[in-house]
Design a protein around this ligand. Structure first.
Ligand code: FAD
Ligand code: SF4
Length: 481
């Protein structure tokens, strides 16, 4: 009742696009405490169920309000291994479920989360805590994204010897090679990985399991295995001209740029937006990251196509609180100078005699909805339009897991191309082999990957030991401070 919602501001666009650094302007401690005070400590905190980790949100909000930052950090870490990732990158479904959000602006939970964990790092409160005893069981984790890292820390806490295999030369999965530095600088990952190493986790990078070493040899050496290799198969756009030079998959563009920023070598030709008319096809997180990266590379213009209609900023009536609503979301990258076009579908690419992209052709579309049936895409007659462009980035999402390991192991797959395992136990059809994160649920969010890694770790521990004390969702112990 006393304080309005306030979150971090950003550096001016003209300043921030000069480099790839994060550009949030932190609030003062007194302002953060006021934001913590906005939490009503509801009898039933719906934010708990909005958060896929079951974070104990009113408890850490209250600790912030009281200025007890170390206590807040302990509460936060009870359910979330990596709040420095979610505090920067989570779309915050908790805030959509916040009771205050029914008739006012919700509590700024995500921003408080980031400030709690950064205060804790600054004060040296986040230290390696190796387990007090070892079970002498060995666990292999294949894939070092947020799912693999969360599972590794949990299984190590249970006393197992954990080795994480990663085919890239550095740990982090999409946190490192997908998400641009301006959303999260990569030293944030390195800082956490150093702690995991001190706790006793072994990282074997540059090892592609199923290619460099057979999965069968790991099954012989380890007592349990977790697959956390992500949903890496990219959706394509099979229309005429799709092979033109200048039509590029978003992940090729983003991964190469992250490598350049990190001073790492990359394979293939350089993909640059400098001086080019760029069209990004796909309006999700990946599309938004392509916009911010293109602008920083010096694109002449950036246009973003989205096949869905433009949503409103208000919650639609058929998606009531506390559910996640589909509404127009505008990222910091969108505000850096991209034109957004909705209800549009690309029909073909045109190239010159050398095969170089010169334009694309679109039609306007609408969605026909018949109750009980899936919405049908309808092209609008006479709406064809040609757009001149030099670079097109395809940010169309992912269609599931790669099949090298699932074929070798004869794993059961679900109809969406993910490795099949129930959320009851994360176990595949092969005994001792578990799966978590995007490789199980399909392309998703960091917070879900961490949640899945934690849940899978509990069930792997139970498989190895007969029972597990590792917490399940929402079971984090509150610290006694
Ligand atoms: C461009 C982009 C931006 C995004 N932005 C956001 C965002 O802002 N917020 C958000 O919440 N989510 C975002 N996401 C989604 C989020 O990054 C993913 O949901 C999350 O990283 C999935 O985690 P994961 O651990 O399951 O898999 P990944 O992060 O995909 O990690 C899988 C790892 O496994 C490795 N691997 C695969 N197979 C093998 C093998 N056989 N041997 C060895 N290693 C292997 C891969 O190299 C990779 O490092 C974004 C995704 C993309 C593509
Ligand atoms: S992890 Fe995401 S959903 Fe959970 S409390 Fe933090 S911002 Fe909210």
């Amino acid at each position: 009742m006393e304080f309005d919602r306030k979150v971090e501001g950003y550096l001016e666009v003209a300043e921030r696009v000069k480099n790839y650094k994060e550009f949030a302007l932190p609030l003062k401690e007194s302002e953060l405490r006021e934001q913590g005070a906005r939490c009503m400590d509801c009898g039933i905190p719906f934010c708990h169920s909005g958060c896929p980790l079951g974070n104990l949100i009113p408890d850490f909000n209250d600790a912030v309000y009281q200025g007890k930052w170390e206590k807040a950090a302990k509460i936060l870490h009870a359910t979330n291994n990596f709040p420095e990732f979610t505090g920067r990158l989570c779309p915050a479904p908790c805030e959509e479920a916040c009771v205050l959000g029914i008739n006012a602006d919700p509590v700024s939970i995500e921003n408080l989360e980031k400030n709690i964990v950064e205060t804790a790092f600054k004060n040296g409160w986040i230290k390696a805590t190796p387990p007090r005893y070892r079970t002498e069981k060995k666990v292999a984790i294949i894939g070092s994204g947020p799912a693999g890292l969360a599972a590794a820390q949990q299984l190590n806490r249970a006393g197992h010897w954990v080795t994480v295999f990663e085919r890239d030369e550095k740990v982090g999965g999409l946190l490192r090679y997908g998400i641009p530095d301006f959303k999260m600088e990569k030293h944030i990952i390195d800082r956490r990985v150093k702690i995991l190493e001190k706790e006793g986790i072994t990282f074997r990078t540059g090892v592609h399991v199923g290619v460099d070493i057979p999965i069968g040899s790991l099954q012989g050496e380890y007592d349990a295995l977790l697959l956390s290799g992500g949903a890496t198969v990219r959706r394509t756009l099979p229309i005429p001209g799709a092979n033109s030079q200048g039509v590029v998959q978003a992940m090729d563009f983003l991964a190469q740029n992250n490598r350049k920023v990190d001073g790492l070598p990359y394979s293939g030709e350089e993909i640059s937006a400098k001086g080019k008319r760029v069209i990004v096809i796909g309006g999700g997180d990946t599309g938004s990251d392509c916009i911010g990266t293109s602008i920083r590379q010096g694109a002449r213009s950036v246009i973003n196509f989205e096949i869905m209609p433009q949503g409103g900023t208000d919650r639609p009536a058929d998606q009531p609180w506390p559910f996640w609503p589909m509404r127009l979301r505008t990222s910091s990258s969108h505000k850096e100078g991209a034109e957004r076009v909705f209800s549009i579908s690309t029909k073909r690419f045109n190239a010159n005699a050398q095969g170089q992209l010169k334009s694309l052709v679109t039609t306007g579309v609408s969605w026909e909805r018949v109750p009980g049936q899936r919405p049908r895409l309808v092209e609008q007659a006479g709406s064809e339009r040609e757009w001149e462009c030099d670079l097109v980035l395809l940010a169309l999402g992912f269609t599931g897991s790669e099949t090298t390991l699932s074929d070798a192991l004869d794993l059961s797959m679900d109809p969406r191309g993910n490795i099949r395992a129930s959320a009851k136990d994360y176990a595949t059809n092969v005994p001792g082999l578990f799966v978590a994160g995007d490789q199980r649920r399909g392309q998703s969010l960091i917070v879900w990957a961490i949640s899945e890694g934690r849940q899978a770790a509990h069930h792997m521990d139970a498989y190895l030991m007969g029972a597990s004390n590792l917490p399940l969702k929402g079971e984090g112990d509150l610290p006694r401070i």
